[in-house]
Ligand binder design. Sequence first.
Ligand SMILES: Nc1ncnc2c1ncn2[C@@H]1O[C@H](COP(=O)(O)OP(=O)(O)O)[C@@H](O)[C@H]1O
Ligand SMILES: [Mg+2]
Length: 185
Amino acid sequence: MLTCDITSIQSLTSLAECIRTLAQPGDIFLLEGDLGAGKTTFVKVLASLCGIDPREVTSPTFGLVHRYLSGSPGMGSPDPEDMAQRFVLVHADLYRLGPGADIYDTGIQELMDEADLVAVEWAEYLQDGVVTHGLRLRFHLDFTGETDETGIRQVEIIPVGDRWTRQMRALQECIEKSHGLKNNP
Ligand SMILES: Nc1ncnc2c1ncn2[C@@H]1O[C@H](COP(=O)(O)OP(=O)(O)O)[C@@H](O)[C@H]1O
Ligand SMILES: [Mg+2]
């Protein structure tokens, strides 16, 4: 497990860049932590690194799942060849499902199967064993400043599956090299 201090959007972006570089299609990011901890903000930053307009990214608390495509949306019916070039990010929020969420009932699984990357908020509600490769990111908001933006955040990074377990050293090196990111041994 790695622990990393997040003191700004810039340091969150550095972390997301390190993760994005090591990610492979089909990876799932399990985002945990209380309301306001920074889960949706991580998805916005990740989306923009994938060529998706971050303004499209909102917490799908009521919709359960969103699917974002890179590039500007085509007018009229999309050209299938153009669609194939696009990056697909699926963003789920299990808050409304509650503990022991059965995602097989929700249609999220089908969307996940066709995504390049998947981010799941309130992943603590997911049953064990659904996710076999990705990262668990546990966000903690330790101190609320005058505004949320001035709060102090920490994220614990826990690998899921063999590949991410093997990549943790590379992730740690990237975090240590990144400006404004502090890894706590
Ligand atoms: N790393 C960060 N640096 C500065 N502000 C942040 C950071 N992460 C989140 N915030 C701010 O905190 C608030 C809540 O974040 P959000 O991502 O919506 O939390 P969650 O999805 O966990 O409920 C937002 O106003 C956001 O701008
Ligand atoms: Mg959220």
